[in-house]
Write a protein that binds this ligand. Sequence first.
Ligand code: MN
Ligand code: MN
Length: 468
Amino acid sequence: MEEKSKVKALKEQLFMPAKTGISTVKDPEINKADEFCEGYKKFLDNSPVEREAVKYSAEIARSNGFVEFEQDKKYNPGDKVYYINRDKAIALAVIGKNGTKNGVKLSIAHIDSPRVDLKPNPLYEDTYLAFFKTHYYGGIKKYQWTVMPLALHGTVVKLDGTKVDICVGADEAEPCFCITDLLPHLAREQASKTLSKAIEGENLNVLIGSRPIESEDDESDLVKLNVMKLLNEKYGITESDFLSAELCFVPAQKCRDVGFDRGLIGGYGHDDKVCAYPALMAAVNSGTPDCTCVTYLTDKEETGSDGNTGMQSDFLRYFIYDLAKADGEEGYRVLSKSMCLSADVNAAFDPIYASAYEPKNSSYINKGVIISKYTGHGGKYDTSDASAEYMGKIRSMLEKNEIMWQVGELGKVDIGGGGTIAKYVANMNVDVVDLGVPVLSMHAPFELISKLDVYEAYRAFYAFFNNM
Ligand code: MN
Ligand code: MN
């Protein structure tokens, strides 16, 4: 008997304690998480595409005392500024007591999500039905995007340079759009194809109209003409204006609580608004930190972070150089002393597809934020892989602030893989690791996350800024 308890004590001393998760969390804390997530749900519904996310984030920032950043202006500790990149990415800074002297702290999330973009020449008619041709954006399972209500979001720039924002279908009173699929009765051939071949990218054409314009003569393309007439009446655009546009289809439905207990939120674009919102609110609610803290919400992550609004652009680097210059510091030296949380999601363990995961190194719903030391794929390619030293610092910060956290990899070794913006931050000579929220059904039109995990992410970003 005595021997057994000795072993037990030794185990307790030497083994990793089991992660308990939500079962040890008391009701008041759960209530705080639920309350925080009401704000998140609004953010999610208002931010399906990056331009809308930037607009909504800037509104939240402005109403909390942030002002537009001015180059060459001297800022004081506690000042709060925001800086927008081409309407598609936004940086928010809270100036610290020591400014940029000892480096800055960065939390970086992305606000683009997988979706279906319009081609530059999208509009056509076939058998008296009008369609938009599309080219999907990011990693999607194409079959998931058929036979569901879609909304059209985006911006058109006319020949005279004026800009028109378009948003149709997000409101239930408005019409929506749809990609059709073959009925099962006639799908014997389709059903024998592999998942990636059953729905072809070139067939993701969205049905947008079915009524011809009234005509006395035997003219063609009358349904297409009717659609163009309606668009012209409402937005003043012609078919050529699609050439200078960014329009995309996203799921039309708003996010919903999921489960009898309402513990989860289902919705479009959790990847990565579920990290963007907590990182944004950590900046918004921040006191005056020791070193300047920057939350950056970037674009283009889902297609490789290329482009001048993606993480590979120098926009953030230049912003930090500007902050450094105002303090009389060298930008590259500030970066070299800086730390970053790459705020991105990872795959939550799904018991239904358990064979894709390695249970000891997976993240679980309701067990808090997930730290991914590295992402990439087999053989640790395409990842920055956080150092033991930096993992040590972040681990201490999380423990000190009693934040619920877990580690995890993206599935089994050699089964697939994926990356984040972390490696591009690391390339700027900054210490970085991924910290985010576990997601079920990632990249689906309806992804699932836990409310408690969202709140823990907020607490983690807040503690990183204010209590490390
Ligand atoms: Mn992501
Ligand atoms: Mn993603």
